[in-house]
Design a protein around this ligand. Sequence first.
Ligand SMILES: *[C@@H]1O[C@H](CO)[C@@H](O)[C@H](O)[C@H]1NC(C)=O
Ligand SMILES: *[C@@H]1O[C@H](CO)[C@@H](O)[C@H](O)[C@H]1NC(C)=O
Ligand SMILES: *[C@@H]1O[C@H](CO)[C@@H](O)[C@H](O)[C@H]1NC(C)=O
Ligand SMILES: *[C@@H]1O[C@H](CO)[C@@H](O)[C@H](O)[C@H]1NC(C)=O
Ligand SMILES: *[C@@H]1O[C@H](CO)[C@@H](O)[C@H](O)[C@H]1NC(C)=O
Ligand SMILES: *[C@@H]1O[C@H](CO)[C@@H](O)[C@H](O)[C@H]1NC(C)=O
Length: 408
Amino acid sequence: MRSRGEKDEHLFRDSSIGLMRLLFVLILFVIGIIIGLISSSHIDRYFTSQPPNFYMNSYISAAPAPSHSYSYKKDSSYDHNDQNCSTESAMCKNQDCLSMESFRMPKNLTHKMTDKELFWRASLVPDKPEYPFRRVPKVAFMFLTRGPLPFRLLWERFFRGQDVNKYSIYVHSNPGVELVFPNSSVFYGRRIPSQDVRWGTVTLVDAERRLLGNALLDFSNERFVLLSESCIPVYNFPTVYKYLIGSTHSFLQSYDDPSRYGRGRYSRRMKPDIKLPDWRKGSQWFEIQRTLAIKIVSDTRYYNIFRWYCLPSCYPDEHYLPTFVNMFHGTLNANRTITYVDWSLGGPHPASFQAENITENLIHHIRNNGTTCSYNGETTSVCFLFARKFKPNALAPLLRLPSTLLGF
Ligand SMILES: *[C@@H]1O[C@H](CO)[C@@H](O)[C@H](O)[C@H]1NC(C)=O
Ligand SMILES: *[C@@H]1O[C@H](CO)[C@@H](O)[C@H](O)[C@H]1NC(C)=O
Ligand SMILES: *[C@@H]1O[C@H](CO)[C@@H](O)[C@H](O)[C@H]1NC(C)=O
Ligand SMILES: *[C@@H]1O[C@H](CO)[C@@H](O)[C@H](O)[C@H]1NC(C)=O
Ligand SMILES: *[C@@H]1O[C@H](CO)[C@@H](O)[C@H](O)[C@H]1NC(C)=O
Ligand SMILES: *[C@@H]1O[C@H](CO)[C@@H](O)[C@H](O)[C@H]1NC(C)=O
């Protein structure tokens, strides 16, 4: 039994030595192939413009690999030459090989970035002062809606015939809502990846920041206006564009309201980061410049304080931005809104405009109700460019208004 065991052992040893030899040869063979492949790809990259003879010679002297790997290399390199750059450009159609075009202005707004990833990307600022392209500043119109856009046709008329290099459109609507725009519409394909919004909660601020984040990805967007589905423009596009692009300030309403609807919503738990004298209130319908938009998507600390401590009966959308901007970027802000709303009836909600309220006089009144405001340090009677709280049935009478009145 014992000798048999020894014999087995011998046999085993013999066969294992044979196996190792085989393995060794195999490894050498594989190494040869790998060296051949690597050097051929190197040479292809650096010497594609040279005639085939040249790299064949240099290859032979450089890498003494088995001849079959050599002939493989030769075939593959001929393939490369034949196809020149056509495979590469075909790949770029599908994969987007660092194209400048989509980096400075994504055409397709669909993406799978999380908010965290989006805000990080949107916060990137070029250090180089000049652009490697002709940058025409754009106004980003950001629509934050629950359902459909009842005033779409009015907005289509507003944008009709305008220079597409001067504006861009973004729509955030609740995921359950199906928004179908004809492919001729300015809203077609402009919906951003959206999430549920519950009014009065911080999800509203999330949606505002999501709109800003997506709009910031277009490096030409310079001004960012937030609109709702019940907003209408009260001037034509050229006037709005000139007013916004020419402004040295952002228009984000921010004021100190000593009542229980203002300071009364402050929570002491926000101390020491936010003190009562810092606390501000304002309409959520802002219009801001790029610098400020970047500061807003970049903030985490103050956003979190509002998320944690600005709870029911405190409304984050009415306090977060007015307070944050007041604390750190007040000098950029005109502290007023350019979106008109009528509080004259009193009560907790502003007045809504129905079909029967739409008259030429209403538009005149919104454009100039007797108050003046400051624009770049000067006094002007043009305080409002947009107006809100219009009921869907106001569309038809608005479209019937003479185009000489609205200017579009
Ligand atoms: C690339 O190859 C294609 C054929 O495969 C040829 O038609 C084209 O002219 C070549 N382009 C260049 C720049 O050589
Ligand atoms: C945008 O990209 C998504 C996927 O990334 C694709 O499903 C969609 O068809 C694209 N839209 C357009 C208009 O190309
Ligand atoms: C727009 O839609 C119409 C039909 O709805 C179609 O015939 C046309 O080809 C589309 N145009 C583009 C540019 O997709
Ligand atoms: C707006 O308020 C800030 C304080 O938050 C102030 O510094 C700034 O001067 C005000 N802007 C204008 C145009 O008055
Ligand atoms: C709209 O018209 C109705 C009926 O004439 C009137 O009661 C209401 O006050 C008007 N609303 C506004 C905001 O003017
Ligand atoms: C004009 O409108 C603003 C904003 O709604 C309001 O604060 C102001 O009191 C109005 N002025 C007049 C004279 O109606």
